[in-house]
Design a protein around this ligand. Sequence first.
Ligand SMILES: Cc1cc2nc3c(=O)[nH]c(=O)nc-3n(C[C@H](O)[C@H](O)[C@H](O)COP(=O)(O)OP(=O)(O)OC[C@H]3O[C@@H](n4cnc5c(N)ncnc54)[C@H](O)[C@@H]3O)c2cc1C
Length: 374
Amino acid sequence: MTSQDNLLDAVIIGGGFYGATIAIYLAKQRGFRRIVLIERESALLTRASYNNQARVHNGYHYPRSFTTAYRSRVNLPKFVRDWPDAVTQDFTKLYAIARRNSKVTAKQFARFCREIGAKIQPADSSLKALFEPRLIEDVFLVEEFAFDATKLANWATTALQDGGVHIQFQSSVTAISSGPDQTLRVAIKSPFAPDTSLDARYVFNCTYSGLNQFKGDFAGTRTGLKHEITEMALMQAPSALRGLGITVMDGPFFSIMPFPARGLHTLSHVRYTPHMHWNDAQDINPYQKLYQYECATRVDRMVRDVGRYLPAVHNAKYVNSLFEIKTVLVKNEGDDGRPILFEKHPELPGCYSILGGKIDNIYDVLEKLDAEIL
Ligand SMILES: Cc1cc2nc3c(=O)[nH]c(=O)nc-3n(C[C@H](O)[C@H](O)[C@H](O)COP(=O)(O)OP(=O)(O)OC[C@H]3O[C@@H](n4cnc5c(N)ncnc54)[C@H](O)[C@@H]3O)c2cc1C
């Protein structure tokens, strides 16, 4: 067999929502036939694509980044259209504005929602009564949904199979290099098999926190990344909060959101959810760092502070916590914006690094890919 016979159309590194969806896109929309997806875990969508707040954004979250808010408004209906079974809509979503230390007032928030065309109406008195009026200026009823990561993973499994994509689990790509005849070569390590490599015309690096953890000719992304170890506490909501999703803006900032994959709620708090952070560096492997971290929960502190605004949270039952690395672009630290990272590597023609930022940004990525001549 010649090396041309072994040449793949594409290697996708990372079997999260982005890697899986891009592999399916290449197979079904771009006619790629020989695709291999390499994933270090033993199943699809088990990392950031599972360990998150499950919010299908609709703009409300981003009063400080109009572009991100606007893109969310454009993308949400598409996400609901394409993954209807994975989207939960049957809960009441409230955004409340804190009186003190908030970066927006209720008036500014309402104006911002009108500007981005997002539905907003005053919450009725029974819903307002859930909040401590001395700390909360106003409460609004909005339209925001949640996604079920398990259902997305089931979709990905079936669609990858239909698209003929071969998946290699429990395998990590360690290096990306130039191969013979303008091809790319990825080196693969697995605890269960000897080291191997694959040659491909294209490589899509969809590894989220692991984006820059490659040796070989890979020079890294030009966009700076920041990593955080995050904790989302999984709670059994008390009857007063069941069927509700609540976000308090925009300073004290906490959320209690349905987490459909477990039938529970996540609790997050701007002060206690991020446990530690660092700037991306090639010699600090975020996955290793999380693995070595003690992961001691801060749920007590979350509940204590959230309970001042929303007393019913004291009756929630803590189940366990999702710890994960959250990776954001350094340039958006200040405004909370979540643009995509989409980079081609001049040193490795055919190699792309992609980071979505949030789940509905998949459409921004697919739009970029549509414009690529592959
Ligand atoms: C705490 C938290 C809350 C969030 N809340 C929301 C929210 O409410 N709504 C929203 O839209 N977004 C949210 N996000 C962002 C969202 O989770 C991500 O944008 C999305 O999941 C990224 O998908 P991905 O496929 O790029 O990453 P992942 O799902 O992390 O996939 C990357 C995959 O690459 C694999 N991998 C890494 N390195 C290698 C390697 N060298 N070789 C092989 N495989 C490798 C990993 O194991 C992983 O499976 C949140 C994120 C976090 C962490």
